[in-house]
Design a protein around this ligand. Structure first.
Ligand code: CS2
Length: 472
């Protein structure tokens, strides 16, 4: 049997660029999934290696299951990133994660770490649904988990953890905290601040919490790297390349980008030295990424899924689908964007499709297609609204939305589980709909996805009915 990964048995050439044992915890990260391990943790390690600073080790928190802790803890937080581009894959062990917690098992330890005076930065990747926002954008105060946190249990939700951590920081005299959201959301930092304000206002200690919030910073950030879920085959390949068994390996493309609003309350890692862009305005980067990359990703996931393609690479190799993704960017999205300095949007679009075509990644259409009700508003409906506002017809964006609708209807018809936080609501809505127009109307009426404005827009409805008709 192959030995388990530990620092002593990592072959030269694959070793971390820092001495993990020399790093102390200075960052808490909520949401210890594959994406964090292939993105912020890599930037953080590089920054430490380049600057020589030892104060930015990461305490990673799994928000739900103990699976990641079970993989990482026996390996002392070490894991490898298996990079698959053109040519041979490469693999390297990352040493920046120094502590692993599981929130449901030890909620108190999470709050303690957030309150730690040595911690001045908290990052998070908890996915769109992890924020527990209501349709109108504020915190969903009807969410039972939010209510339970507000009632004073050891917190489990992101806003509850942060609120308890901030309160304790104030009590300990810890310096102000910077909270960096790394999820694919519009203006993610300010969005989280608003949710926190909603939570604070509803809590018994409203005044104090609002004061503590005022000391914290919530910069926006745009993150980019394609990181498919790891499979057993990936773990076997990592073992063959490393000569030791890594249960926590993550797979990623070579591309890696992070644009962060330069608004920190105190010290931060030298992420810029590791290639991150620190800027006064993240919005143009973020809009380009969400509306071009994530929107075409979702489009290919639904259209590809309907055609029976297992992976995004297969979907984008279908010339018709690649053409539609291209057209979505050119006809509907680019007219809504102001490019950031130095970014050519046409070139960016071409690069995006090339990245999707990477056959070594095996990014499943089902994975990208999950949580559609939370992803669509961010990725596609902003474009739809902007185009409708100038009396243009967002045909391709409507096609992507229609492909999601048809996928929901199909899953419901065939009794397939829909991987979506609003699965019940969506499947109940379509279950009694017969015919394409009825399916469109049933889903378009879900206000938590489409708001009150889009169902009332006859042009959009008509586009959806036409496009869904093409697909059914
Ligand atoms: C994808 C993203 O799963 C998805 O919904 O669109 O995770 C995508 O791979 C990343 O945002 C790329 O940076």
């Amino acid at each position: 049997m192959t030995a388990r990964l530990e620092l002593a048995n990592v072959p030269a050439g694959h070793r971390p660029d820092v001495d993990p044992a020399g790093l102390s915890v200075g960052i808490v990260h909520l949401g210890l999934g594959a994406f964090h391990r292939a993105h912020q943790a890599v930037f953080t390690e590089q920054a430490a290696a380049i600057s020589g600073s030892t104060s930015w080790g990461i305490c990673g928190v799994s928000q739900r299951s103990a699976a990641v802790r079970e993989q990482l803890a026996p390996q002392d937080g070490l894991y490898s990133v298996l990079t698959r581009g053109q040519g041979d894959p490469s693999i390297r062990v990352i040493g920046s994660i120094r502590e692993v917690l599981t929130a449901p098992e030890d909620p108190g330890a999470v709050v303690d770490r957030i309150a730690d005076p040595a911690v001045s930065v908290l990052t998070l990747t908890v996915t769109e649904k992890g924020y527990r926002a209501a349709a109108a954008g504020g915190l969903d105060l009807t969410d039972p988990e939010i209510q339970a946190d507000l009632a004073g249990r050891p917190p489990r939700t992101v806003v509850g953890q942060l609120a308890a951590g901030l309160a304790r920081r104030a009590a300990h005299g810890s310096p102000p905290l910077t909270v960096v959201s790394c999820d694919n959301l519009v203006a993610n930092g300010p969005f989280l601040r608003r949710l926190m304000e909603g939570y604070a206002a509803a809590s018994p200690d409203a005044k104090q919490l609002l004061e503590q919030l005022a000391t914290a910073r919530f910069p926006a950030s745009m993150v980019d790297r394609i990181v498919p879920a790891t499979t057993d085959a990936d773990r076997d390949e990592a073992a063959a390349l490393l000569g030791v068994r890594d249960e926590a390996v993550v797979v990623a493309e070579p591309f890696l980008q992070w644009v962060i609003e330069d608004d920190f309350a105190g010290a931060r890692p030298d992420w810029d030295k590791a290639g991150a862009i620190l800027t006064g305005d993240v919005a143009p980067w973020e809009q380009a990424k969400l509306r071009m990359l994530n929107a075409t990703h979702s489009m290919l996931a639904y259209l590809g899924g309907l055609r029976g393609y297992e992976t995004i690479a297969e979907a984008v190799r279908d010339e018709e689908l690649a053409g539609l993704a291209q057209q979505l960017m050119t006809d509907d999205v680019i007219p809504t964007l102001t490019p950031p300095d130095g970014l050519d949007l046409t070139e960016y679009g071409a690069t995006v499709l090339k990245r999707f075509a990477n056959p070594a990644l095996k990014h499943r259409t089902a994975q990208v297609g999950m949580d559609g009700s939370a992803k669509l508003p961010v990725r596609l409906l902003g474009t739809v609204r902007d185009r409708l506002a100038v009396n243009a017809e967002p045909r391709l964006a409507a096609l992507a939305v229609a492909a999601w609708m048809v996928s929901v209807a199909k899953a419901t018809e065939t009794g397939t589980v829909l991987d979506d936080p609003q699965a019940n609501k969506l499947q109940t809505a379509v279950s009694s709909a017969t015919g394409t127009a009825a399916v469109v109307d049933a889903l378009l009426g879900v206000e938590s996805v489409f708001g009150a404005d889009l169902p009332a827009n006859a042009v959009f409805r008509q586009l959806l009915v036409e496009q869904a008709g093409r697909l059914s």
